[in-house]
Design a protein around this ligand. Structure first.
Ligand code: HEC
Ligand code: HEC
Length: 200
């Protein structure tokens, strides 16, 4: 009797473990629904759609759950995630995280200012250096929840920063990005976005 209970317990533990582990292969099949905009390998062909390739799985998961709960508003994405289960979200996120991001080419004229802001912020306005959270090569810090920015499209980066600045996007924990983008001028947003698109 005792033995049977133990066995059942072990099987249960095993079963739950198997369900929770994200499945990259299943994720690839489920990501078909995303390919038209984000690209099959997560490198979106059009610059208004963010690249997902190489992004941290936990960041992608957070965004999809935020779109689902409407904590982050985008009519297209709010509609896209409605039918996704937690398991679908975990699988798709693991799949895109396993892909390699492509790198863009920064505009030469914007590199000097962009690099200065990324590395050192702007002491005059109290703007923090981006690299203190997003890392020296823009790959972020997954455990801390700082996304990878490396190689992202300029158009999307500018939109994201403007959305934080105008508080259209408010799903950043502790207002970290609203506080950051709120201190930036439009010129600074353009320069740093261009710099980041070529950063790796
Ligand atoms: C019709 C085009 C379209 C389709 C299809 C689509 N997306 Fe998106 N996605 C967008 C747009 C546009 C944004 C940017 C939203 C914004 O500006 O805030 C976005 C943003 C995202 C983000 C946030 C990225 C970031 O860096 O913060 C994730 C994650 C995402 N989509 C995942 C998916 C997944 C997973 C699917 C498939 C289930 C999907 N998308 C299907 C258009 C699309
Ligand atoms: C204190 C830490 C911190 C600093 C400093 C910081 N960021 Fe962020 N950033 C974050 C966090 C956290 C997020 C994710 C918010 C979320 O969960 O949606 C983020 C998100 C972003 C995004 C959106 C990414 C996406 O895929 O949608 C962009 C763009 C960005 N940061 C650019 C910058 C730039 C440019 C700077 C420097 C001027 C900077 N960040 C400084 C913490 C930081």
């Amino acid at each position: 009797m005792k033995k049977q209970v133990l066995l059942a317990g072990l099987l249960l533990a095993f079963g739950i473990g198997a369900v929770q582990a994200a499945d990259v292969v299943a994720g690839k099949a489920k990501a078909n629904a995303c390919a038209a905009c984000h690209g099959m390998d997560g490198n979106s062909p059009a610059p208004m759609f963010p690249k997902l390739a190489g992004q941290h799985a936990s960041y992608i998961e957070k965004q999809l759950k935020d779109f689902k709960s409407q904590t982050r508003i985008d009519p297209t994405m709010n509609a896209m995630v409605g039918a996704l289960s937690d398991e679908d979200i975990a699988d798709i996120s693991a799949y895109f995280a396993s892909q390699k991001t492509t790198i863009e080419v920064a505009d030469v004229e914007k590199i000097t200012l962009g690099e200065k802001l990324y590395r050192g912020g702007n002491p005059d306005s109290g703007l923090a250096a981006c690299q203190s959270c997003h890392g020296p090569t823009g790959t972020g810090n997954e455990p801390a929840g700082f996304p990878s920015l490396s190689g992202q499209h300029v158009t999307y980066l500018e939109k994201a920063l403007n959305d934080f600045k105008s508080e259209i996007r408010t799903n950043d924990v502790s207002e970290m990005m609203r506080n950051t983008a709120g201190k930036m001028t439009l010129k600074e947003i353009k320069a740093v976005s261009s710099y980041i698109s070529g950063l790796h």
